[in-house]
Design a protein around this ligand. Structure first.
Ligand SMILES: Nc1nc2c(c(=O)[nH]1)N[C@H]1C(S)=C(S)[C@@H](COP(=O)(O)OP(=O)(O)OC[C@H]3O[C@@H](n4cnc5c(N)ncnc54)[C@H](O)[C@@H]3O)O[C@H]1N2
Ligand code: MOO
Length: 461
């Protein structure tokens, strides 16, 4: 039997990339559902969307002007007098079946209107002089007329059956415009992951959102507000999940496990914050080793090194937790084989640090990927870019650091500025951060002007 103390110390450390890979392997896309286009923003397409008809569907005028029926010789006059045409029709956008245009005549036509049959070109309004004779309208052409000008041909933009929106695409406003233009009223999307959020710590006070006013009046010494729970819920929503904030639980490993299991049964992913380190009350450290199929419980990074993840069996305590305890020695790697269907039998529990800065970084590096993968959004690994460090970072670290930073341009170069309160225990800088600055491990300081990897923060598409 493993002791409680040992459970907290048995650590299975991995790199950030390995931790991301292990998480992604367990996050299979959830089921799908149809939503109306008005509900589809920020959802992920679960099917290829094909055009129901070509675009344009009819020959369309690109300008306000006159449709003309002229032979090439009549239109391109090589210095001879340009033709004068009688206007026989007035075609506005939305008119159906305009009458075919007789040779040598013109029809007034608006942008977006259907071009009449036998029209050879559209002449812009500005390129004609209009005059009336008797009660008839005529136009005098001021320039040569190039055949086919300003006529958008059927299927010029897309043909019927072409894939316009690929499966796996997170839908923005422009995708929804395309969806409707292509003839669809609804789209099949992946279900939004339900994400249970649990904050652990006896020092935490629940900020009741409905209480109104300031919250600090009756706050006992030693207590703090559960700001991580609120932050995580908002971040989950930002990344397309549905947050369920289950509030605060006390530092008791068995109660924590049972509570987490009850949350896991109602959600698709559980995120906890706090109690993952090595302290006496760090009960999540115990839960991960004893009760889950551990994926990792240490990541070689700062901040957030105690970040942990495991698959919690949904039925009675599964034997995979026990297996890890039997074989687990301090620092030894133990990883379950990939489960065939983690959704149905187990639930992924991601344990983020309680330190607010570390909790934020952990969310951006790990939780956001899980929420994306559960929605079928392609795994982008948060593409890394590079920028020049605007200030030196003197404090080295044996493990890579993920510093909150702000991106700005200077003389055409991208600079990454480390933020002053970018510490694990602090959250003041978090709202200002637009990237994470990745500083390699090895203990050396990073110099001003060094080219560093950056991970832009925010949504993914
Ligand atoms: N002896 C050691 N101590 C610590 C180690 C270590 O290796 N050995 N690691 C340190 C590192 S690194 C980190 S990070 C923290 C991680 O601690 P936990 O994730 O277990 O978090 P807690 O101990 O529960 O809390 C840390 C800190 O954050 C505050 N907190 C917790 N929950 C919330 C919340 N929901 N909202 C706002 N603030 C929260 C909590 O009050 C603490 O101040 O451990 C180091 N220690
Ligand atoms: O890993 Mo901790 O988040 O550095 O302070």
């Amino acid at each position: 039997m493993i002791t409680r103390r040992k459970a907290r110390r048995v650590r299975s450390g991995v790199s950030v990339a390995e931790a991301q890979q292990r998480l992604i392997e367990t996050c299979l896309p959830l089921g799908t559902e149809y939503v109306a286009f008005v509900e589809a923003a920020d959802r992920v397409a679960a099917e290829d969307v094909m055009a129901m008809f070509p675009m344009p569907r009819f020959e369309r005028s690109g300008v306000d002007g006159y449709a003309v029926n002229l032979s090439v010789e009549e239109g391109i006059t090589a210095g001879k007098t340009r033709p004068c045409l009688v206007v026989t029709e007035d075609i506005s956008a939305g008119s159906n079946f305009p009458r075919p245009l007789d040779p040598g005549t013109a029809a007034r036509i608006m942008t977006g209107a259907e071009v009449p049959e036998r029209a050879t070109s559209i002449v812009m309004l500005e390129e004609t002089d209009e005059y009336t004779k008797g009660n008839r309208l005529y136009i005098q052409l001021k320039h040569d007329v190039i055949p086919g000008r300003h006529i958008a041909r059927i299927g010029e933009e897309w043909e019927r059956g072409e894939v316009l929106i690929p499966q796996g695409r997170r839908l923005g406003g422009s995708d929804i415009g395309l969806l409707v233009a292509a003839g669809h009223r609804r789209i099949r999307v992946y279900r939004k992951p339900r994400v249970g959020i649990i904050s652990i710590g006896n020092e935490l006070l629940h900020p009741r959102p409905d209480a109104g006013g300031k919250m600090d009046e009756a706050m006992p010494a030693g207590m703090i507000h559960n700001s991580n729970g609120a932050m995580l819920a908002a971040l989950v929503r930002q990344y397309g999940g549905i947050p369920y904030d289950y509030g605060i639980i006390e530092d008791d490993a068995y109660k924590a496990r049972d509570f987490i299991r009850s949350v896991a049964l109602k959600t698709d992913l559980v995120i906890t914050t706090g109690a993952v380190s090595v302290g006496e009350r760090d009960v999540m450290a115990e839960v991960f080793v004893r009760d889950t199929c551990l994926l990792f419980n240490k990541v070689f990074m700062r901040p957030g090194s105690p970040t942990s993840a495991g698959l919690l069996p949904l039925t009675a305590p599964g034997d995979c937790g026990d297996k890890h305890i039997e074989s687990g020695e301090e620092g030894e790697e133990h990883r379950p084989g990939l489960l065939l269907n983690p959704h149905s039998t187990h639930r992924l529990v991601l344990g983020l640090s309680g330190n607010p800065g570390a909790c934020f970084v952990g969310f951006e590096l790990f939780a956001s990927l899980c929420i994306g993968a559960l929605q079928g959004a392609p795994f982008t690994k948060k593409d890394a870019l590079h920028a020049f460090l605007s200030e030196p970072v003197l404090k080295g670290s044996p493990h890579p650091r993920y510093l909150q930073g702000k991106l700005r341009g200077d003389a055409g170069m991208l600079l990454a500025e480390p933020l002053p309160h970018a510490r694990s225990s602090m959250m003041r800088s978090v709202p200002e951060a637009t990237c994470l600055i990745v500083l390699p491990g090895g203990g050396k300081p990073a110099l001003k002007g060094a080219l560093v990897e950056i991970i832009p923060l925010g949504g993914f598409r």
